[in-house]
Every structure is written in C-alpha cells, then in structure tokens.
Design a protein around this ligand. Structure first.
Ligand code: ARG
Length: 580
C-alpha cells in the first residue's frame, strides 16, 4: 500500500513537472509514513513541504496542487491537507478488504507477488576455511546470507549460492604433509574430527621440524602444478571439512549443499590471465619485483595512491587477486546482475580494492551491483570477542548443542508433563531457532553481543516468543478448522482489528525491503510487531462469542496472521511448530 501511494505521488510530481509548476530537474525523496492517529488517515507525506520552497509556493498550496494531480485510485478513499502542508491519505476500507481477500486466496505465498523482472543474483555467504572448524563469525554470514537468499528466491529471482570456501593457498603444503604423516602413522582412515587440533599440530610441525617444512614447501609447488598425489590429498582435506560443515548446515536448516561450493581454488586457473590483463591495460605495474595496482581511490597516510599487490615477487597470487577473478567469473560466467557478499566488516577495504580493480579492468560493468553486506563481530557478554571460558574459539557445533539443551530445560520448566520425544523435537526447533534469530533480529552492521539469557526466553523479540506466537494462532485455528466461513466478508470495526489489518497488508513491503537491503532484521521487526498486534487484537476482540459474520471475519484474520508468521519465519529459516 505504501509502495502504491509512493507511485501515485511520483506520478503527480511528474505531471506537475510537465506543467512547469515544479522544475524538471528536481527529484524529491518521496516519503510516505503510516499515521499513528487514525483521524489523520492511514498514510501521510511531507512531500508538499519539501517541494514548496523550490516552486515558490506556500506549502498548503503546493499540497493542493499535488492532490489535484494525484491519479484517482480505488485504494484511496480520501485525501486531505493537514497542518502546515501535510497530505493525509485515507485507505478505502473496501479496498483493504479486497486486498485481504486476495491475500487469503493466495494461500501460502500470503500475497507476496513474484517480481516482474527476475534477476540473476549471486549470494556469497558462509565461506568457512578448509581444515579449520567453523568459527563463530561464520555463523553470522551463514545465517544472515541464507535468510536473504531465501527471500530473493521467494520473490522469483534466480539465486546462485556461492560458498567461497578458503580452499587454496600456501598453507595446503603444510596440511598435506601433516595428513600424510598421520596416514602413515595410523595407517587408518583419517581422523580429522578435531580440525582445529589438526591445523594446530600441522603448524607446530611446520615451525619446529625443518625436514617437514621443506616437504611442505615442495608440496605447495606440486599442488599448484597439478600433481595427482597432492591433489588427492587436498581433495580429502576439503571433503572432510565440508562433510563436517554440511552437518552444521543441516542442523541449522541452512540451504547450502556441496553443489554450492565455489571456493578460492576455482579461480586459481584464472589468475595468470587476470594479471596479464591488468599489465596489458597499464593498471598493474612492477614494483620491487611484484605486480602492483596503484589506486587513487585509496590513499595512504602520506596522500600517495596506495598500492594493491596482485602478484608477489615469487609469482604467488593473493586473496585480492582471487576476488578480482571471482567478480569477473560471477559476471561473465554466471551472468550475475547483482552480487551480494555477506562478509565481516573488517574485509570492507579488501573488497572495495578488488572491485575497483575489477571495474577498471572492464570485468564488471556499471550495471552490475556489487554489494558488501557487512556485519560486525560477535562479542561475549563482556564486550570482548566471543571466546570459551579458557579463551579458545567457540566451536559452532558445541554452541548449537548447548542451545538445544538450554531450550530443553526452558520448555521442561513450562511444561513438566511433556514426553521426552516431544521435548526433543521442540527443543531442537527452539534452541536452533533462538541462536539464529538472535543474530538475524539485530541490525547486522553493528557488533553483536551473544547472550544466552536474551535469546532462550519467551520475553521480547526472540525465536521462542515468535514460535510460541505462531503456535497460539495455529492452535486457535486447529480448534476451528473447517468452521471458518470463508465466504463471509471481512468486517473490520475495532481499532485493534484495523491495526492488525494494516500490519498484515504490509507483509509484501517487508519482504521487498529485506530483498533490497539484505537486512533480515527488518523482517524480524515486522513479525514481532505483527505478533504484538495480533495479541492485542485477540484480547480486545472476542472471536468465539462474536456473532457469526464477525466471528468469520476474525477467524480469517487469524488465518492470515498464521500464514504470514509461518511464511515470514520460513524466509528467515526458522521452523514453526503446530504444537509447543
Ligand atoms: N573465507 C573467508 C573468511 O573466512 C571469507 C570469504 C568471503 N568471500 C569472498 N569472496 N572473499 O574470512
């Protein structure tokens, strides 16, 4: 509805521009807000006040002109000038009913129409590193990226998931040499259960044992030369790591699979050509034996253009080189029109440098948007990076186990009678949901404090609260399944009822804004508000004792609420339960 009004206003502005009332080069920021006070209509805009000065007209006159130029629409019942020059718009109630009916008829999609021009969108997310345990920061990228991916796909875009795993680099010589040593000693299948320890031990041998280090260095060279033995060992390391990670993805209900792996190694064969291109275009120049691109866009402290190394003196390539090739590949080979990178905010400069170079080289046209959807760090309650009590990295698998355990005790305390098997199912959904939702519900750009007490609770904007809100509506509906007279018209009378309706009809806008901004917390905030409005409605508006037509209308609202909650939480990757 907001979107529609913005469109109508923008049409009004264009026709006033044609009439010469408003200068043709003015592009005002059209902002439409929902009003709090129903006597002011349903929506309001300050557009007339923004335009008045430039047009040399009193704001109220400007408002009158805009209103006169506004194309008539069935959705808008009445338009008024208010105060110094606000425009208040009243939504037609029969239009709202029509929209509600359309939403109801739309079933599980809950009125969200697929976009008319689907794009090919690459989403770069999760991206753990081989032979390392997934660290806490990877959960942020994984969970946030997955929610945005689901949303884009739901809107009908062609989404390509790109799991840019760290599967290439000089460390693989050392890892292969250690894997070999382990296999020789145990003569059994490799035991990589503890990847963290594996990596640590490999590094220790590399640092302490000269013969080992030499072997490691030889293996790097062989691996890069495509040696069979080294490639086989390398593949084992990748496979074991990703098997472990896949178990985590599955437990988290993250929609990534092996098919989505597009790691750094994929771009390795493209790197010589990239550097050759950069040299040929005069972008890369030799500096102390290395190939360097100097970028005016990135000045050092001395005001000099800063150099970005794309090839080291020894011929080796860098993380930046591979991200340049990667951007090229996504545009040229995958046909991306938009690429979303869900990466730690500390990598902002790295990405900007790689993209600036990729654009200068002509690999990425201006029409393709490359977007860094950054997020802050995950901090402990003490405000310091999230660590175990002994200061080690927190393993994601352990964290999830603890979440489910804690959720189990919370639910058991509310419902001591519950059977063990029922408890297990609910605890899994609530515990995993709580960890994901805690991350999703905060504005991702800031650091985020991981605190069990704020996430595994039925109070506030948490997964348990939202899941319970859904279950409550679902069980109300289950009690009346079949008894809803779908043909009865909507009868929206009570103020709480109207507030619920406005929120239900804003679902489409919420989905669109998550897709546009890559910010799932907007969906969480929307759903939380919806759940709150539903419970105010439920308290103020009796359903069962109401007369037949009102009862039917209210049950239809409950049905829509249930569908929107389920769909919205589904887009976030959070499971709902019919019983809790
Ligand atoms: N593997 C990297 C890390 O763990 C993240 C990779 C992100 N994607 C990219 N295209 N650079 O920090």
């Amino acid at each position: 509805m907001k979107e529609l009004i913005e469109q109508l206003l923008s049409t009004a502005v264009s026709s006033l521009q044609q009439q010469g009332v408003i200068a043709s080069d003015v592009t005002p920021r059209i902002q439409v807000d929902r009003t709090r006070d129903p006597t002011h209509g349903d929506f309001a805009t300050n557009l007339a006040m923004l335009l008045a000065k430039g047009a040399g007209k009193p704001p109220r006159d400007m408002a009158a002109l805009l209103i006169a130029a506004l194309p008539p629409h069935a959705a808008v019942a009445k338009v008024e000038i208010a105060g110094p020059g606000f425009i208040n718009l009243f939504a037609a109630s029969d239009f709202q009913s029509q929209q509600l009916e359309a939403m109801l008829a739309d079933g599980e999609r809950a009125g969200v129409t697929p976009v008319s021009q689907p794009q090919t969108i690459v989403v770069d997310y999760s991206a753990p590193n081989v032979a390392k345990e997934m660290a806490v920061h990877h959960i942020r990228s994984t969970v946030i990226g997955d929610a945005v991916t689901r949303t884009l796909e739901f809107l009908g875009h062609k989404v390509i998931r790109a799991n840019h795993i760290g599967d290439w680099g000089t460390q693989f010589g050392m890892l292969i040499a250690y894997l070999e040593k382990m296999e020789n000693e145990h003569a059994s299948d490799l035991q990589l259960a503890d990847l963290e320890a594996f990596y640590r031990e490999a590094k220790k041998h590399y640092d302490d044992d000269a013969a080992f280090a030499e072997r490691a260095r030889a293996y790097v060279v062989k691996l890069q030369g495509g040696d069979d033995y080294c490639l086989t060992m390398w593949r084992k390391l990748v496979a074991v790591t990703m098997e472990q990670n896949q178990r985590i993805y599955d437990r988290l209900s993250v929609s990534l699979s092996n098919a989505d792996i597009m790691g750094e190694s994929l771009y390795n064969p493209l790197l010589p050509q990239v550097v050759a291109d950069l040299k040929a275009q005069g972008l890369a120049v030799e500096d102390d034996g290395a190939q360097v691109v100097f970028l005016d866009e990135f000045k050092g402290k001395d005001g000099e253009a800063r150099g970005v190394i794309v090839q080291k003196r020894d011929g080796g390539y860098l993380y930046t080189t591979s991200d340049i090739a990667c951007a090229k590949y996504r545009v040229e080979t995958l046909g991306a029109e938009r690429v979303l990178y869900f990466i730690d905010s500390r990598q902002a400069e790295h990405l900007q440098q790689a993209w600036t170079i990729a654009r200068k080289a002509g690999y990425v046209p201006a029409s393709v948007s490359l977007e860094h959807h950054a997020f802050g760090m995950m901090l402990g309650k003490d405000g310091r990076p999230f660590k175990t009590r002994s200061g080690g990295t927190v393993k994601l698998a352990d964290l999830l186990g603890e979440a489910v355990e804690r959720a189990g005790s919370l639910i058991r305390s509310k419902n001591p009678e519950i059977s063990d098997s029922e408890l297990a199912t609910i605890a899994e959904a609530v515990g995993i949901g709580a960890v994901k939702y805690a991350d999703l519900s905060k504005n991702r750009t800031t650091d985020y404090i991981f605190d069990w007490d704020n996430m595994i609770t039925f109070e506030g904007n948490t997964a348990p609260y939202m899941q319970y809100a859904y279950t409550r509506v679902a069980s109300l509906l289950a009690r009346h399944a079949g008894a809803i007279d779908m043909a009865a018209p909507f009868a929206i009378e009570h103020e709480r009822e109207q507030e619920l309706v406005t929120q239900l009809l804003a679902f489409n806008d919420a989905v669109q804004s998550v897709a546009a901004k890559g910010m799932p917390h907007l969906m969480c905030a929307y759903l939380y508000e919806l759940a709150g409005r539903f419970s105010s409605f439920y308290e103020a508006c009796p359903i069962l004792s109401a007369e037949a037509t009102v009862k039917a209308s209210r049950l239809k609202l409950a049905l829509l609420t249930a569908r929107v909650l389920k769909r919205g939480l589904g887009l976030l990757g959070i499971h709902t339960l019919e019983k809790m």
